[in-house]
Write a protein that binds this ligand. Structure first.
Ligand code: XBP
Ligand code: MG
Length: 254
């Protein structure tokens, strides 16, 4: 295992409620009578990418209007307002990283293990989310960052993972991806990258058939992974555990 590739939304942090609130705040600000609840948003999350999600919803509720000539401009404008609201909700550390993420990033840095980001989210969202928990120079901790600014085609297409592998100069099988959703798992799988999944409430019902392992979260010494793992010697995902899972030895040991 030569590198770790992290998804962002739902993986680095449980961000989708903040995204949902930001979408609804944008709708209110522009006078749209749309208001998404969690049940609807959970379904809409099947469409990766906020702009693509807005287009999908608009076609659902008003197919004729969604064919209008100003639709792309309108979506871009609403999405820019949403991105501003999202930053307001997650910046200054208001949204914590999920268990084990800060610990694993620190451990990888100390071990000289390259880490990367492969996300469909907007670049501005990364700075808003990561500046506080990972520091002003958070970008320097990642050997490669693939996001909606670098890769237009969204998950479950593999493009963002393939672009990150290319930047890393590594083979897919030598990396490990960490994801939260079926779209993300499919994208990483299509790129040939073994993947550990840590679902959130928004993705708990997704299918993770070919995941290397599905965990409630990556755990920490003060917040161990609740259920005992096969092999049981790993109560949180550190590099040793990830290497064992990546090699598939954990199950042999069990
Ligand atoms: C999850 C997404 C993103 C976010 C919203 O990204 O699909 O679209 O839901 O962010 P990830 P934007 O690949 O990190 O799980 O509105 O900026 O798209
Ligand atoms: Mg995700």
């Amino acid at each position: 295992m030569q590198a770790l590739i992290f998804d962002v939304d739902g993986t680095l942090a449980d961000t989708e409620t903040a995204h949902l609130q930001a979408f609804n705040a944008a709708f209110a600000e522009v006078g749209l009578d749309w208001c998404w609840d969690e049940a609807l948003y959970t379904r809409l999350l099947k469409v990766a990418g906020g702009k693509e999600r807005l287009m999908h919803y608009w076609r659902m509720v008003d197919p004729d209007e969604a064919r209008g000539c100003k639709v792309k401009e309108t979506i871009d404008a609403v999405h820019a307002i949403k991105t501003r609201h999202y930053a307001g909700r997650v910046s200054s550390g208001r949204l914590p990283l999920r268990p084990g993420i800060a610990r694993l990033i620190e451990e990888a840095g100390n071990a000289g293990m390259p880490i990367a980001i492969a996300t469909t989210t907007t670049p501005a969202n990364l700075d808003a989310l990561l500046r506080a928990p990972l520091g002003e120079r958070w970008r320097e901790r990642f050997a490669a960052i693939g996001d909606a600014g670098t890769t237009a085609v969204k998950k479950p297409a593999p493009h963002v993972y393939l672009a990150v592998l290319d930047r890393l100069g590594l083979e897919a099988g030598d990396c490990l991806a960490i994801e939260d959703s079926e779209n993300g798992l499919r994208a990483a799988q299509a790129a040939g990258i073994p993947t550990v999944v840590t679902p959130t409430a928004y993705t708990a019902q997704d299918r993770f058939d070919d995941a290397l392992l599905v965990l409630p979260h990556l755990g920490d010494p003060e917040q161990p992974i609740p259920q005992h793992l096969p092999g049981a010697e790993h109560r949180w995902a550190d590099l040793a555990a990830l290497r064992a899972w990546h090699r598939g030895t954990l199950f042999e040991a069990a």
